[in-house]
Design a protein around this ligand. Structure first.
Ligand code: ADP
Ligand code: MG
Length: 212
């Protein structure tokens, strides 16, 4: 399955969630490959940081920030169980290509009404991609939820009224995620019994159960 974390808005958690999702599947023994489709190469940086720290290799990371991604992805997906695409911000050509490469699109959004509106452009691109790929499945994912769930609930209600639907697993605002890009460590490596590790495991299971 090719899962793409996409939102043309930057800073919503695409890279953070892509790395953790790939890490979760890898530790479960799934053959996993992460495609860094962002010209900024944050996932590649993370992977280099891991080598510097001599941390064990969890999954392969390849940089493919070009608009031929949809033509190259099937070949890369052939020998693995899951491909996770860490999507680019803004660049419409790259975003289109990543959309066409995916079996399942996860759109991370932050729990504020503003973010709900900001993804309208993303939804337009999704609708366009579905003209070529009618079966393309998509879900919203609430990231950076806090204990003040009233905002999250409002956004959740607004998003549930839409297609794509909202995943029931929500990702919390947690220090352990904020440090992961710099340290090269994933949440389960810092706190195996923590809330983050548990919610990532739940997210990976919920996504696998969708089977587009
Ligand atoms: P994107 O790839 O969409 O631009 P990132 O994954 O790079 O977004 O996240 C943007 C910033 O927010 C990063 O500094 C990251 O560590 C932080 N971040 C993302 N998700 C969370 C979270 N659930 N809890 C805490 N910090 C987060
Ligand atoms: Mg990113």
């Amino acid at each position: 399955m090719i899962v793409a974390l996409l939102n043309q808005k930057g800073g919503v958690g695409k890279t953070t969630i892509a790395l953790h999702l790939a890490g979760q599947w890898a530790r479960q023994g799934r053959r996993t490959l992460l495609i860094d489709a962002d010209p900024q190469g944050s996932a590649l940086d993370w992977s280099q940081q891991r080598s510097h720290e001599q941390l064990p290799r969890l999954f392969g990371v390849v940089g493919l920030a070009r608009d031929t991604l949809h033509r190259e992805a099937p070949e890369l997906a052939r020998d693995v169980d899951h491909v996770v695409i860490d999507g680019p911000p803004r660049v419409a050509g790259l975003l289109r290509s990543a959309l066409l490469a995916a079996d399942l699109v996860i759109i991370p959004v932050q729990p504020s009404p503003l973010d709900g509106w900001a993804s309208a452009e993303m939804l337009a691109l999704l609708a366009e991609a579905r003209m070529y790929r009618p079966g393309l499945t998509a879900r919203f994912l609430l990231n950076r939820c806090t204990a003040r769930t009233i905002i999250a609930r409002d956004t959740g209600a607004a998003l549930e009224a839409h297609d794509p639907p909202l995943l029931s697993t929500r990702i919390g605002q947690r220090v352990v995620y904020a440090g992961s890009a710099q340290t090269g460590r994933l949440a389960f490596e810092c706190a195996p019994e923590g809330h983050a590790a548990a919610e990532i495991a739940a997210l990976a299971a919920e996504i696998e159960a969708i089977r587009p």
